[in-house]
Write a protein that binds this ligand. Sequence first.
Ligand code: NAD
Length: 347
Amino acid sequence: DAAHLEAFDHHEHVWHGRDEARELNAIVAIHNTALGPALGGTRMWPHESFEAALTDVLRLSRGMTYKAAVAGMHFGGGKAVIIGDAKKEKTPALLEAYAEMLAALSGQYYTAEDVGFTLADADFLRARTDNVTGTTLGGSGNPSSVTAHGVFLGLKAALRHRGVNALEGVTIAVQGLGSVGWTLCEKLYAEGAKLFVTDIDTARVEEACRSFHATSVAPGEILSAPADVFAPCALGGVLSAETIPSLHAGIVAGAANNQLARHEDARLLMERGILYAPDYVINAGGLLNVAAELSPGGYDRAATMEEVARIPETLTGIFQRAEADRRPTNDVAAEIADERIAAARTT
Ligand code: NAD
């Protein structure tokens, strides 16, 4: 359909892995390897159709190419989805079958955690194939806390760009209280921000209200919550022509991949005067962390955190260029990535 044709953007390879006996139905998409081998996590999600899963993995893998390029990394973009409910259908047999699929892609694609895919899963795979990062088996563990740290720094850079230099009293609407959203809340709360929170998991919401004195909001109402900043930390596609008019916040800065339903939707944000921190720029911390495992000297946390600390500077440069040129911030970010990819191709 039109959505996945739009997402099918010169991908280099797309593999469909099907093992009926072990109930594996997975897609691995490699978008671009001009800058290096493809790196990107595995998502397990009960997509309503194969086409929906394909659209998801095509968009996610393209996002990884841009994420690595803007962060100045020597990696390309790839991503995997396993179609299924991670809570009910993730069996050892399914993971065995998926490990075999990954092993066949060794050298071309490195995976890590994503939504529905845990540290335990990464360890299980790493015991069977070498192209798995974010593990405890000689790796750096789950990257989400590093992602959250980068988002935290990036969110503060967006506020600074708008002349706000402290979090004290700033209101932030956090959508999704999973690994990244939760850690982000901890950091925001510690510096005095006031939180509105939502999740489809009500126990998580109740816990956040207790832990962070947060105000709970129904999932469908988080965009219109009276907050200064909207931090999407659940799934993608939350900002669209339909939803942007109801957004209250003046800043969007969150962890979710593919926050915009369409690339062009960033223009709608700009026209409403909303500052958008491009998702793949602000959420690059996790990728920087897992990529560090593959560096010749092995994982070095201090060096990785220095790279993560450069996310605000990168974002500020994008905000300034976008403002000077009167262009959406994600156009500027994509241009930076395209220039780096083109330069790598010519060399
Ligand atoms: P997670 O699975 O731990 O958390 C996602 C949370 O969102 C869950 O608590 C889930 O219940 C909630 N959720 C799902 N649909 C929702 C809805 N409609 N409304 C409200 N809540 C909803 O995932 P995570 O690792 O925290 O990642 C969150 C987002 O950040 C994802 O989009 C992921 O791709 C992106 N991301 C994560 C990392 C990382 O290091 N984990 C890195 C970069 C980007």
